[in-house]
Design a protein around this ligand. Structure first.
Ligand code: RP5
Length: 167
């Protein structure tokens, strides 16, 4: 993992206990050739750092922010409140016994004017957050568009292969 590095994608998580799940996001970005800047920042425990990070993200070259957090997950929203960069929120299952529904609702239910593009709970969402970030960056990057097309074709081929194996 890297930190404080100029990268078009920043992956922020609320705690080091989120690291294992958010690794799926980081790994997927790296597969697309993007080494993200990775930070642990808590909307509740380090709100000053969250504000400073959001305020300076655009000038630091960040184009998309991915924020993963569990429980009353305000991280993505708190960052989105202070930047015009797109923010993708990954709700995490903190193990509080409600399967991540707490984080899902906290992340997705943003008020009008402050959107957070919320993906699924946990690893699947973390992976999709990376793909969505790449899709956003690919709007202005033909090389990334090609990588995305190859990725989708590979996914398609795998399903066809599994279907053939089953038949
Ligand atoms: C959230 O609370 C974090 O994102 C994490 O998912 C959860 C629990 O944090 P720890 O108590 O494990 O640091 O802020």
């Amino acid at each position: 993992m890297t930190s404080e590095k100029a990268s078009p994608v920043a992956v922020v998580m609320g705690s080091d206990s989120d690291k294992e799940v958010m690794e799926s996001c980081i790994k997927q970005l790296v597969e697309f050739g993007i080494e993200p800047a990775v930070r642990i920042i808590s909307a509740h425990r380090t709100p000053d750092v969250a504000a400073e990070f959001a305020d300076s993200a655009a000038e630091n070259g960040v184009k998309v922010i991915i924020a993963g957090a569990g429980m009353a997950a305000h991280l993505a929203g708190a960052l989105a409140a202070r930047t015009t960069l797109p923010v993708i929120g990954v709700p995490l299952n903190s193990g509080a016994g409600i399967g991540g529904m707490d984080a899902l609702l906290s992340t997705v239910q943003m008020p009008p004017a402050v959107p957070v593009a919320t993906v699924a709970i946990g690893k699947a969402g973390a992976k999709n957050a990376a793909i969505l970030a790449v899709q956003i960056l690919a709007l202005g990057d033909q090389e990334l568009q090609k990588k995305l097309a190859d990725f989708k074709n590979k996914e398609r081929a795998q399903v066809i292969e599994k279907d053939s194996a089953l038949r």
